[in-house]
Design a protein around this ligand. Sequence first.
Ligand SMILES: C[S@@+](CC[C@H](N)C(=O)[O-])C[C@H]1O[C@@H](n2cnc3c(N)ncnc32)[C@H](O)[C@@H]1O
Ligand code: SF4
Length: 342
Amino acid sequence: MLMRQPAHMFDKLQRPLRDLRISVTDQCNFRCRYCMPEEMFGPDYKFLPKEKLLTFEELTRLAEIFVTLGVEKVRITGGEPLLRKELPKLIRMIRHVDGVKDIAMTTNGSLLAKHAQALKEAGLHRVTVSLDSLDDERFGAMNGRGFKVSSILEGIEEAAAAGLQVKINMVVQKGTNDQDVLPMARYFREKGHILRFIEYMDVGNSNGWKLDQVLPSRDIVSLIHSELPLEKASPNHYGEVASRYRYADGKSEIGLISSVTQAFCSTCTRARISAEGQMYSCLFASSGTDLRSPLREGWSDERIREYVAAYWSEREDRYSEIRLSNTPGLGRKKVEMSHIGG
Ligand SMILES: C[S@@+](CC[C@H](N)C(=O)[O-])C[C@H]1O[C@@H](n2cnc3c(N)ncnc32)[C@H](O)[C@@H]1O
Ligand code: SF4
């Protein structure tokens, strides 16, 4: 029998376990060059067979176990989470887990218009929609499949109309879509949605990342501030990854996720579970620990709980803080972003 009262687990760097990111599929209908480039994730790429994916019952059981270790927030991600059949059913199951205070999802938005209402009714609170440009040609090239901007904007509006809190994520890649920073800021300021700029990261092994393709957040702030004055705002909560800036006229705000130039490892409270049930303690990890076998081999909840607790208490990852220091081992193979989500 699991303890009802959550115990707060701390890792070796005194970071509590608070957030759980669940990837529900490794598949995606986009081929964003910075995440799943077509040349690596082409027609011959072998995605996970269905029996290797954790079932909704297994994911819910894990959520119940993680809550007893201090988790309060769950984010559903992927691959593209809306490709997983009957996703609202999973949201409903997790909503009923005692102790889960917040359920969010990250999506590319292409299927959101169709599912927004059902997701809201199932109990989803918040949705983050990724969109990198308002220009069809650039967006189509970046998503690798020619998807149109209008279909994503429609998803965003349907989600807002359904009553979901909506944020937009834009990955900024110097030389690719930096010209879209200002048009995106203007557009979402008018719409009243929070736009967050993410520094292009060296996740996975396939995007050919180079430091000079990163547009530092401070340059983004200066650029926007020169046209639309900004004021720094204080964080909403401990461990918030985005630094916030409010428009001086009070019309909406932006966020900056500076994973490269101002790493936030010291307050990282996130555990990640891949679609096949590997638990990772860092987005840049090269290996995780298998939770699917314990789930399928009849381990008790208490035994899995102790196993996860031991894993977390040994955690000392701080990849982004040491990325720029040429520390040995940084060139090792990392898990792909499409396996564990952002
Ligand atoms: C891996 S995706 C999964 C969810 C969904 N398919 C989507 O795109 O929103 C999660 C987030 O990671 C971001 N992302 C992917 N590759 C990235 C990279 N190399 N650098 C920064 N962000 C990245 C995406 O833009 C997205 O906001
Ligand atoms: S970032 Fe999201 S939408 Fe783009 S390829 Fe990766 S998983 Fe798919």
